[in-house]
Design a binder for this molecule. Structure first.
Ligand code: UDP
Length: 475
């Protein structure tokens, strides 16, 4: 190309929220942009960076890109402060009061380099950068790490309140079908709305925070989604009416795999991975195992934990269960474990503290996924062609699980129920009774996902457009 010798290499700052489910896809985006010849600075909190470099291969993985670098910024919390969902409010407050001014200074003073082209911030970060801050000169892109259907639901909550559809009027109102969410008429019940909507007062601060953060998405220069047209096309179209400059480039892990077909997956773990479960899976018959994981920040009381455990054993099916060390509240209490549970687990179960999830889902022994419906887990299951039982826990997950079961027909929705009988029944429904039906729809969706990240696919094209647009910004 003429004048090529004068072209400036674009330089992008990427900053995720310090959670596994946010760091994972943003590191994948960082790798994809680096492969496309863009220089990347990846910003972590010291806590995430320490765990990431301890338990994953990111340093060697990214060392092949000479201009790539990791930098850190404080989250304002003490190093030993818990980082599970229970402590989310502490984190948001400290990010706003401590991290926000530092980030602003960094962006204004050129801390990341005078060549910085743009920043891709976690889409939940609009609260970290003020739209009218004229001193921040670079374009800010927002990467919404939730599903498009949940983001669109958040966009519509304000109108639901105006229409008198919210607040939800108690437990007896939870199954009321919402007829007027544009583009999703008659899909959602009150119980499928993001968890912030489960309040009696619509002025609730968490609900208002979520509404405002979502509305402010339209202030981003552009918005990126880890999704694809064949899965969420109609909803993405709705969001484009408010955020016209939108890129749908997911599933990102599949896009990366398509670009690097001969490489092993990138390990971005904040926890130590226990690969022994892959050997255990090698010894199980095809499609016989239910894989159980509730992601990186879910916590549950001992009672629920025991219901899951009984249900899995009672199902009579094989199970591989991720029990994070910080997942169960009061886990180390002096509680006796019934002998039949120990025995059932020895016979048919295997537990790990953290699994290589993408590899586990791809394993032929796995026939289904009991998940909390985090967006990454959902996409990973979609790409692996594995149906799901959804026990959604918070936030966007409640919308995702409804779409998995009622729109995409990829599994069963178990939200708000946690008893051993239901767990056992649904595991059997997924792995045995309705196996063919679910495996067929899961295989169809997996094909569409893989097609979207290949040349000619929608996500492949949108990623190219993103690279071109960032490059144009740098000229
Ligand atoms: N994950 C993993 N091993 C595990 C459990 C989870 O690698 O044992 C990964 C999973 O593959 C996904 C991420 O952690 O990429 C969890 O993200 P998700 O959005 O599903 O849920 P969150 O943790 O944000 O609630």
């Amino acid at each position: 190309m003429e004048g090529e010798s004068h072209t400036q290499i674009p330089h992008v700052l990427i900053f995720p929220l310090p959670f596994q489910g946010h760091i994972n896809p943003m590191l994948k985006l960082a790798e994809l942009l680096s492969l496309a010849g863009i220089n990347v600075t990846f910003l972590n909190t010291p806590h995430s960076h320490r765990h990431l470099t301890l338990h994953s291969d990111v340093l060697s993985r990214f060392s092949r890109f000479p201009a790539f670098r990791f930098l850190t910024i404080t989250d304002g919390l003490p190093p030993d402060h818990p980082r599970t969902f229970d402590y989310c409010a502490d984190f948001i407050t400290s990010f706003e009061t401590v991290t926000k001014p530092i980030l602003r200074d960094f962006l204004v003073s050129g801390h990341f380099g005078s060549d910085l082209t743009c920043a891709i911030l976690d889409g939940f970060f609009k609260f970290l950068v003020d739209a009218d801050d004229a001193e921040i000169k670079i374009p800010i892109f927002g990467f919404r790490l939730f599903s498009a259907c949940s983001v669109w639901t958040y966009f519509c909550v304000h109108d639901l309140i105006q229409d008198g559809q919210l607040p939800i009027r108690g437990e007896e109102d939870m199954d009321r079908v919402l007829t007027n969410v544009p583009g999703m008429e008659n899909v959602l019940r009150c119980r499928d709305l993001p968890s912030a909507c489960r309040v009696t007062d619509t002025n609730d601060s968490v609900l208002q925070f979520n509404i405002i953060q979502t509305q402010r998405s339209s202030e981003f220069h552009s918005v990126i989604f880890n999704s694809f047209e064949d899965l969420e096309g109609p909803v993405l179209e709705k969001i484009r009416t408010l955020c016209p400059n939108l890129y749908a480039i997911g599933p990102l892990h599949a896009l990366l795999k398509a670009k690097l077909p001969n490489e092993t997956e990138c390990l971005n773990n904040l926890w130590e991975v226990d690969r022994s479960c892959l050997k255990w899976l090698d010894n199980q018959p095809p499609g016989s195992v239910i894989y159980v994981s509730f992601g990186s920040i879910t916590v549950m009381g001992r009672e629920k934990f025991m219901e899951f455990w009984h249900g899995l054993v009672d199902s009579g099916r094989n199970f591989l269960w991720v029990i994070r060390p910080d997942m169960v509240r009061g886990k180390n209490g002096d509680v006796e474990i019934p002998a039949e549970l120990e025995e059932g687990t020895r016979k048919r179960g295997y537990t790990v503290g953290w699994a290589p999830q993408e590899e586990v889902l791809a394993h032929e022994a796995v026939g289904g996924f009991l998940t909390h419906s985090g967006w990454n887990s959902t996409l990973e299951s979609v790409v692996a062609g594995k149906p799901m039982i959804c026990w959604s826990y918070i936030s966007d997950q409640l919308v995702n699980s409804r779409f998995v079961s009622n729109v995409w027909k990829l599994g069963l929705d178990m939200k708000d129920v946690c008893d051993r009988g239901t767990v056992a029944k649904m595991v059997n429904e997924l792995l045995v009774d309705r196996k063919e039906e679910f495996m067929r729809s899961a295989a169809e969706m997996a094909n569409l996902a893989k097609r979207s990240v290949r040349p000619g696919g929608s996500s492949y094209a949108d990623f190219d457009r993103l690279v071109q647009d960032i490059t144009a910004l740098s000229q």
